[in-house]
Design a protein around this ligand. Structure first.
Ligand SMILES: O=P(O)(O)OC[C@H]1O[C@](O)(COP(=O)(O)O)[C@@H](O)[C@@H]1O
Ligand SMILES: [Mg+2]
Ligand SMILES: [Mg+2]
Length: 335
């Protein structure tokens, strides 16, 4: 398949990041065609194994990982850390960058023709493979995601705002759609996997209870709920029209730090969200101040419009008893 050179405007991106981003875009241009073929490819969503974290690996998870790894050899990347690899791989000795990647996010949606994505994060490489990634998330040089949906798009930050590019389906070039994406401050949508309600902590339950109580509750307004089960799709919606996303820790075995991974899922999304004027936390602490202690570490994750994220932190600050009290007693949170 012909790989075109995506037209990212270099004037808007520090040149040092250019080759790497173009490498990613070229893989995505081809991958998006494969994804668009769906069942015609013979089963992108079939299970082919398990990754180091115990998650099922789908054929497309493995194919995407292989495609990025192969293509990035020319992109000045020294270290490659992927959800689909047990350990950090060396790509180009002496390369300048360390790339962390979730090659295919939202794997459960491959077979149902719902948006999926690729998430990436770039650090300066140092001599130690793991230490290149196990550092404060605020040290990222760049981060972004590609979304494969009705449009294939790239959302990226180099630390001075967030840019939105769309892959033109006619000439297969990425074109700038918005050079300064900002999260709307007011919104009435929350996103959480509500089937886990009984496993959540009291502050999380209290927050969602108050949303569900709508106009009759302490928030005195009605909310809507969304859950796509693709982090990229939830992020794209929140960057477009605001709201809040939560994947908290819960009491299920293996979920004491939630489900999402710090290095290649939450850190890059947190960088984008802050650069778009929103906030991202663990529920209590700023995500970009976190340092993962191992490559596949998980973290509770909350992000979205700034005031909503602050509100969640405030619920966590409440004494336990108060957080579990009936919403009607918490006049503090009115409005
Ligand atoms: O099925 P759950 O527990 O709601 O989890 C959904 C979450 O899992 C993920 O699919 C995890 O990512 P992967 O598909 O890359 O493993 C997120 O995109 C999504 O937010
Ligand atoms: Mg993922
Ligand atoms: Mg994945």
């Amino acid at each position: 398949m012909k790989a075109t050179r995506p037209a990212i405007d270099p004037a808007r991106i520090p040149l040092e990041g250019f080759a790497l981003l173009n490498g990613l875009c070229q893989v995505v241009e081809s991958l998006s065609r494969t994804i668009a073929m769906g069942p015609l490819t013979g089963g992108l969503g079939r299970e082919v194994g398990r990754n180091t974290d115990g998650d099922d690996q789908k054929a497309l998870d493995v194919e995407a990982d292989r495609a990025f790894l192969d293509a990035l050899a020319k992109c000045d990347i020294r270290w490659y850390a992927s959800e689909e690899q047990d350990a950090v791989l060396e790509v180009t000795p002496g390369g300048r960058y360390a790339l962390a990647i979730d090659p295919l996010d939202g794997s459960s949606n491959i077979d149902v023709n719902v948006s999926i994505g690729t998430i990436f994060s770039v650090f300066e490489a140092n001599n130690d493979p793991e230490a290149s990634f196990l550092r404060p998330a605020r040290d990222q040089l760049a981060a972004g995601y590609f979304i494969y949906g009705p449009q294939t798009a790239l959302i990226v930050t180099f630390g001075s705002g967030v840019q939105h590019y769309v892959l033109d389906p006619i000439d297969r070039q990425f074109k700038l759609a918005n050079d300064r994406l900002l999260i709307p401050e007011t919104a009435s949508e929350f996103a959480i996997n509500a089937s886990n309600y009984r496993h959540w902590s009291r502050p999380v339950r209290a927050y969602i209870d108050d949303c569900l109580a709508g106009a009759d509750g302490p928030r005195a307004k009605n909310f809507n709920m969304r859950w796509v089960a693709s982090l990229v799709a939830e992020t794209h919606r929140i960057l477009s029209r605001g709201g809040i996303f939560l994947y908290p820790a819960d009491s299920r075995p293996g979920y004491d730090k939630g489900r999402l991974r710090t290095v290649y899922e939450c850190a890059p999304i947190a960088f984008l969200v802050e650069q778009a004027g929103g906030k991202a936390t663990t529920g209590t602490d700023r995500l970009l101040d976190q340092t993962a202690s191992e490559l596949h570490q998980r973290t509770p994750f909350v992000f979205g419009s700034a005031d909503k994220v602050d509100r969640i932190t405030a619920y966590h600050d409440l004494p336990d008893q108060e957080a579990s009290a009936l919403f009607g007693t918490r006049g503090l949170f009115r409005g």
